[in-house]
Design a protein around this ligand. Structure first.
Ligand code: DOR
Ligand code: ZN
Length: 332
């Protein structure tokens, strides 16, 4: 049995820089037609020169593949002149509450400081992508506690497209339809696991990411959105590679490297719940409409053939290393 996806898109991806970029980018370029690339680097992506250099580095790391990187800039207080210099190079601007996740210390402390920029983004038609967690709350409540902020932005900037990235809780699912200008991405790990898989038995650092996976009720609400290919919902892996040494130690960095397993696991899951007919919308068509993009034409075929997830790629341990997935991507 085979299934062919038309121009699959990953609308939330961390590619990093330098050696890590060269190690992980080819996996995205093999399985996806394009991806939205996150800007939380050090220093962050926040000016034209850096955007152009980063774009060139990504093309360099993905040479020979059909793969379009859709870049984002890190939200700070930009002037109109600054925004106009790089507006055409980005698909969105990403809001990180200061301290919410990896390399977000330079993020926004107080949203009122970014009010002028948000107004400009609304006027210029630049979507706002958001890591929606309140870093001061309890780790399991951080997304829920951020929801009033989503509501405030949605109300204050009714023409601004706001993407609630990697939502993980039932309350975020409920909020999605309350405002026309709210959209969401879902990761593969949050469709598959709960907090139990991370910490219910032996601690599994390779499933640790932010926002952290939550309860069965939360996971089921996310699954419902994905399986119905809700038109305001897109796939965004949040694949976030860290070297093995940063994941396996006394402390563990947040982030799951899911790129190599993303499509096989999604097909397996959608098949299990008899939702394969809606996978194309979830993996590409919805994102095309929401962002108004036209990614390069690329067919990616998967077959029902077992795939044993490798233990390591370079120095990065993938999610579900050593486990079996029942579908694999057919290499050309
Ligand atoms: O777990 C995460 N890791 N969540 C994010 O939002 C960022 C990411 C990273 O950059 O490592
Ligand atoms: Zn992310």
């Amino acid at each position: 049995m085979k299934i062919t996806l038309d121009s699959p898109l990953d609308m939330h991806l961390h590619l990093r820089e330098d050696e890590m970029l060269r190690n992980v980018a080819p996996f995205s370029a093999k399985d996806f037609s394009g991806a939205m690339i996150m800007p939380n680097l050090v220093p962050p992506i926040d000016n034209l020169k850096r955007l152009l250099q980063y774009k060139a580095d990504i093309y360099d790391a993905t040479k020979g593949e059909i793969f379009k990187p859709y870049l984002t800039a890190f939200l700070k207080n930009y002037t109109r002149e600054e925004l106009l210099t790089f507006k055409d190079e980005i698909i969105a601007i990403k809001l990180y509450p200061a301290g919410a996740t990896t390399n977000s210390d330079g993020g926004v402390e107080d949203l009122s400081h970014a009010a002028d920029t948000l107004k400009l983004m609304e006027e210029l038609g630049i979507p706002l992508s958001v890591h929606g967690e309140n870093p001061k709350s309890h780790v399991l409540e951080r997304e829920k506690d951020f929801l009033p902020t989503y509501e405030q932005i949605a109300k204050d900037y009714p023409k601004l497209k706001i993407i609630m990235e990697h939502i993980t809780c039932v309350d975020a699912v409920k909020l999605l339809d309350k405002y026309d200008n709210l959209y969401a991405t879902l990761t593969v790990q949050h469709l598959l696991i709960t907090f139990d898989d991370i910490a219910g038995g032996l601690l599994n650092p390779h499933l640790f990411c932010k926002p952290i996976a939550k309860t069965f009720e939360d996971r089921d609400a996310l699954r419902k959105l994905a399986f119905s290919a809700h038109p305001k919902v897109m796939f965004g892996s949040d694949s976030a590679p860290h070297p093995k040494s940063s994941k396996e130690g006394a402390t563990s960095a947040a982030g799951c490297f899911t790129t190599p397993i993303a499509l096989p696991c999604l097909v397996e899951l959608f098949e299990k719940f008899d939702a394969l007919d809606n996978l194309q919308a979830f993996i590409s068509d919805n994102a095309k409409k929401i962002y108004g993009i036209n990614p390069p034409e690329k067919k990616v075929t998967l077959e029902k053939k077992s795939f044993i997830v490798p233990e390591i790629y370079g120095d990065v341990v993938p999610t579900f290393a050593g486990e079996e997935v029942t579908w694999s991507v057919v290499s050309e």
